[in-house]
Design a protein around this ligand. Structure first.
Ligand SMILES: [Zn+2]
Length: 388
């Protein structure tokens, strides 16, 4: 272990049994910016975030302006008042610090300096950035250019506290950063500067070809990260499940536990002692409705509890008037059809009495009400003579 390793981990004997010594596991989300940057904090707090990621400017525009000092003060005060320990910024999607086109490169460097300035104003410690794309240039040249950009920007912003967190990428198109070696090279190229950190995205590393689905592959991947980059460099983790398979290099985030990675992968992630000091943030789809659900899953996993399983439920006959088709019902693992009935009646009291009339089907087969359910099952309730 290096001297720079987090002291939080030092006194921990065995975090699995010594829960009192466990560092606080920070869990949060990238919050939608609809209510402005202060709204990201209040919205994050409302769903239980202890870490919040934001865009400090529109991520699809080159145009940007400095943060209004009054907004900055409100942001910092709100963060204190809401007791959100950790915030992090994500940079604009347009920035390419490895662009072979000189004009885009200069524009990117300027925009990224502005990203750092805005984060510094808000007391945000890290700006997450993707590692750029080689476009029509050779990957080697692009990595060299990225390193030059970073060194230059670090120098130009000397004295600032905010650092650059390089995100592992899916390797989609010509993007860099899909190998841990790429990141290790940047750290080395910047002479191990303390303002260079890393953000690991679980969806990205998986589709880039690093398996993490079993205990063995999870450990292999993180051992490799530890030896090539080091856990002291890891400043944030993006916890995203993935719709696309291992090595596909296609970046499509999915809800926690619902994609290729599955719930066990996230259980391992939030309980891994090597990662105990690293804030974990979701960037999963349907933020408005699903962030609370996905965050609760991580919180339950971290607390040693089992998150609920999700069943798609539909009704036939006149009961369907009270039930939007294929509504998801979340129930505890090990629940039966009867337990699900209770959950449904809580969601929609107008359906009272349906269970005495309807037959239950799971995955298109009639089942008794004591039938156990599994995540991903499709259930249907069918009254007699409904024709369904
Ligand atoms: Zn990410």
């Amino acid at each position: 272990m290096h001297a720079s390793n987090t002291p939080l981990l030092r006194h921990v004997g065995d975090p699995m049994t010594e829960s009192a010594n466990k560092p606080i596991r920070l869990l949060g989300a990238h919050m939608p910016a609809a209510g402005g940057i202060v709204g990201c904090l209040t919205g994050g707090k409302a769903i239980g975030c202890t870490a919040v990621q934001i865009f400090t400017s529109s991520p699809r525009q080159w145009q940007h302006k400095p943060i209004d000092p009054e907004v900055a003060e409100t942001f910092k005060r709100t963060q204190r008042e809401l007791e959100i320990p950790f915030t992090i910024a994500h940079d604009s999607y347009l920035i390419n610090l490895a662009a072979p086109n000189r004009e885009i490169l200069e524009k990117s460097r300027e925009a990224f300096r502005a990203e750092l300035e805005r984060a510094e104003t808000l007391d945000i410690p890290w700006v997450v950035t993707h590692m750029g794309a080689s476009m029509e240039s050779a990957e080697e040249d692009a990595l060299g250019l990225l390193c030059e950009s970073m060194s230059k920007i670090l120098q130009e912003t000397e004295g600032m506290k905010v650092g650059i967190a390089l995100e592992t990428t899916a390797g989609q198109g010509t993007s860099l950063g899909y190998r841990f070696e790429h990141i290790a090279r940047m750290v080395e190229g910047c002479l191990g500067h303390t303002r260079v950190g890393v953000c690991l995205d679980t969806c990205h590393v998986f589709v880039a070809g690093y398996d993490i689905r079993t205990e063995e592959t999870f450990n292999q991947t993180f051992d490799s990260f530890g030896s090539l980059i080091g856990f002291d460099r890891l400043k944030a983790i993006h916890a995203n499940d993935t719709k696309k398979p291992l090595g596909s290099k296609v970046d499509r985030h999915d809800h926690i536990g619902d994609g290729e990675l599955g719930m066990e992968t996230f259980r391992r992630l939030v309980n891994d002692r090597r990662l105990a000091h690293v804030p974990i943030l979701i960037e999963t789809p349907e933020a408005e409705t699903m962030h609370a659900v996905n965050l609760a899953r991580l919180q339950k996993l971290a607390a040693g509890e089992s998150p609920g399983i999700r069943i798609k439920v539909r009704f036939f006959g006149h009961f369907s008037d009270f039930w939007p088709n294929e509504t998801i019902v979340e129930i505890p693992p090990g629940a039966t059809v009867s337990d699900m009935v209770a959950a449904i009646l809580q969601m929609e009291p107008k359906l009272k009495g349906f269970e005495a009339i309807c037959r239950a089907a799971v995955n298109e087969e009639y089942v008794p009400f004591n039938q156990l359910l599994n995540s991903g099952d499709t259930a249907a309730f069918i009254p007699p003579m409904s024709g369904g």
